[in-house]
Design a protein around this ligand. Structure first.
Ligand code: URA
Length: 441
C-alpha cells in the first residue's frame, strides 16, 4: 500500500478501504507521510467527500491514534458536550455545574481560543488560581470531589487529528463536513464519552453559515456516533449574533456568574437548558421526569442556588479563588474604554458575528497565533442585539480592556470600524431567530 495510490483513489471518487484509511492515519501519526501527500489527500476528501463508513473509520482511527480515556469510574453513562464554536459562547462553565446538580458527572476537555472563537480554558483561566492543566491521572479524584473536572486538551489525545488540523488550517482544507465531523468525533470518542451532545452553531459567527449546512454536519456526526456505538444528539443553535451580552474572557465569566445565579440572558438560558436536557437524559439522570418537567426543573436550578453551589465547588476544587461573598476573583478588571455609537436610527437587523469576533481579537481578548498572549479583561459588551431599537448616536457596544493592559489606539479604532461594519440597522423590525434552530437525534 502506498499514499500515491490512496490519493489517486480519492481523486477518482472511490471509497477508501478501511485498510487505506488506517494506513494513512498511522502514517500521519508516525510522521512518515510527507505533508505534501497528506495535503493532497485532504484536498481530495474536501472535493470528493467520504461516505459514512469512511468517515467512521477515519474517526475511530484518529481516536485510537493516541491515549484513550477510560471513564468507567463515572456513575451512569459518561457524557460529553462539544460546541463547534462561536462568539460569546459561555455555555460550558454554566452547563457543567448545572448538570452536576442533577448528579451527572463530567470530565470535560476543552480548548484554548484561536481565531475569532473563544476557548473555555481561557475563560476559566481568567479566575485567579484556577488550574486548567489537570493531569489525566488525577481526573477521577476531581470527579469524586466535585462531580466534574475541566482541563485543557492533552497532547496525547487523538494526536493524528492535531497534526491533520494544523495542516488543514494552512491548506484551505478545514471546510469539509467529513473532515470536521471526524475531527470532532475522534476527540470525543478518545475522551471516553459514551453519550455525546453537540452544539452545532450556525450563522455568520460559525463554521456552518446556513441551516442546511449545519444540519448536514450534525447528521454526519450523529451517523458516525451511531456506527461507533455512541448515543449522539445535536442541537443546532443560532450564531447570527453573539450569545448573551458580552464576549471576552472575564466579561463572559461575569455573565456566567449572573447565569448560575438566575440572572442569565434569555438566549444563554435557552441554549444551556436544551443542552442540559439532552445530557441529563442520555446520562440517565432524568429521574423519570417528563421533558417539560425536566426542562423547567433545569431552569429552576439556575435560580434556586443549586447550580451556583456546584459552580463554586468547581472553582474551589480546581484552586480558583472566591471572595467572601462567593464570587470568583479574576486576574484583571475589565473597564470600558470606548463606546461605538449607531450612525443611524432604526432596528438592528443583523450583527456579522465573525466581524465582532475579529474586533474582539484586535482588542486582545483572543489570539491570532497560538503563541499570542491575551488580555483577560478585554472584550465587547453588546447594548443592542438583533431586533432592538436604536436611535442615532445610541451606544451599540462598549469596548473593554483590562486594567493591566494597554490597547494601542489604532487597534481600538480598527475594532470600532469592524463593529460598525458588523451592525446593520434598518427601518423595519426584523423577525428575531430563535436561539435553538433545531435538534437532530
Ligand atoms: N473543530 C474541530 O475540532 N475540528 C474541526 O475540523 C473543526 C472544528
Amino acid at each position: 500500500m502506498n499514499m500515491r495510490d490512496i490519493i489517486i483513489a480519492k481523486r477518482d471518487r472511490q471509497s477508501l478501504t478501511d485498510e487505506q484509511i488506517s494506513f494513512f492515519v498511522k502514517g500521519v501519526t508516525d510522521g512518515v507521510i510527507p505533508d505534501y501527500q497528506t495535503s493532497a489527500l485532504l484536498m481530495a476528501i474536501v472535493l470528493n467527500g467520504m461516505d459514512d463508513r469512511e468517515m467512521t473509520t477515519l474517526t475511530l482511527e484518529m481516536a485510537s491514534s493516541g491515549k484513550q480515556m477510560d471513564l468507567s469510574y463515572i456513575e451512569g453513562v459518561a457524557v460529553d458536550k462539544h460546541s463547534t464554536g462561536g462568539v460569546g459562547d459561555k455555555i460550558t462553565p454554566v452547563l457543567l455545574p448545572l448538570i452536576a446538580s442533577f448528579g451527572v458527572e463530567v470530565v470535560k476537555l476543552s480548548g484554548r481560543g484561536l481565531g475569532f472563537t473563544g476557548g473555555t480554558v481561557d475563560k476559566f483561566e481568567s479566575i485567579k488560581g484556577f488550574n486548567v492543566e489537570v493531569d489525566t491521572n488525577d481526573f477521577r479524584q476531581y470527579v469524586e470531589k466535585s462531580g466534574m473536572v475541566i482541563s485543557g486538551q492533552t497532547p496525547d489525545l487523538a494526536p493524528a487529528d492535531k497534526i491533520l488540523y494544523a495542516l488543514r488550517d494552512v491548506t484551505g482544507t478545514v471546510d469539509s463536513i467529513p473532515l470536521i465531523a471526524s475531527s470532532i468525533m475522534s476527540k470525543k470518542i478518545a475522551g471516553g464519552a459514551k453519550g455525546i451532545v453537540l452544539d452545532v452553531t450556525c450563522g455568520s459567527g460559525a463554521f456552518m453559515k446556513d441551516y442546511d449546512m449545519a444540519k448536514e454536519l450534525a447528521e454526519a456526526m450523529i451517523r458516525i456516533g451511531k456506527l461507533a456505538g455512541r448515543k449522539t444528539v445535536a442541537v443546532i443553535t443560532n450564531m447570527d449574533e453573539p450569545l448573551g451580552r458580552f464576549c471576552g474572557n472575564i466579561l463572559e465569566m461575569q455573565e456566567v456568574l449572573n447565569t448560575v445565579t438566575g440572572k442569565g440572558e434569555d438566549d444563554v438560558v435557552e441554549v444551556v437548558t436544551e443542552l442540559a436536557y439532552h445530557l441529563i437524559t442520555i446520562a440517565g439522570k432524568d429521574a423519570g421526569m417528563s421533558p417539560e418537567v425536566l426542562r423547567s426543573e433545569i431552569k429552576a436550578r439556575l435560580s434556586d442556588g443549586s447550580c451556583y453551589e456546584k459552580y463554586k465547588l468547581l472553582i474551589s476544587s480546581q484552586g480558583g479563588e472566591l471572595d467572601p461573598y462567593g464570587a470568583p476573583v479574576y486576574v484583571d478588571r475589565p473597564f470600558d474604554c470606548m463606546h461605538v455609537n449607531s450612525p443611524d436610527a432604526g432596528y438592528v437587523q443583523s450583527i456579522r458575528t465573525d466581524l465582532i469576533g475579529q474586533a474582539s481579537v484586535l482588542l486582545g481578548a483572543g489570539r491570532l497565533k497560538k503563541t499570542d498572549t491575551i488580555d483577560y479583561g478585554a472584550g465587547i459588551g453588546f447594548f443592542a442585539k438583533v431586533g432592538d431599537r436604536v436611535e442615532r448616536g445610541d451606544s451599540l457596544c462598549a469596548l473593554y480592556q483590562g486594567e493591566n493592559s494597554v490597547i494601542p489606539e489604532e487597534r481600538l479604532f480598527d475594532a470600532m470600524d469592524l463593529i460598525l461594519e458588523a451592525y446593520e440597522v434598518g427601518p423595519e423590525k426584523p423577525v428575531k431567530k430563535p436561539s435553538i434552530l433545531g435538534v437532530v437525534t
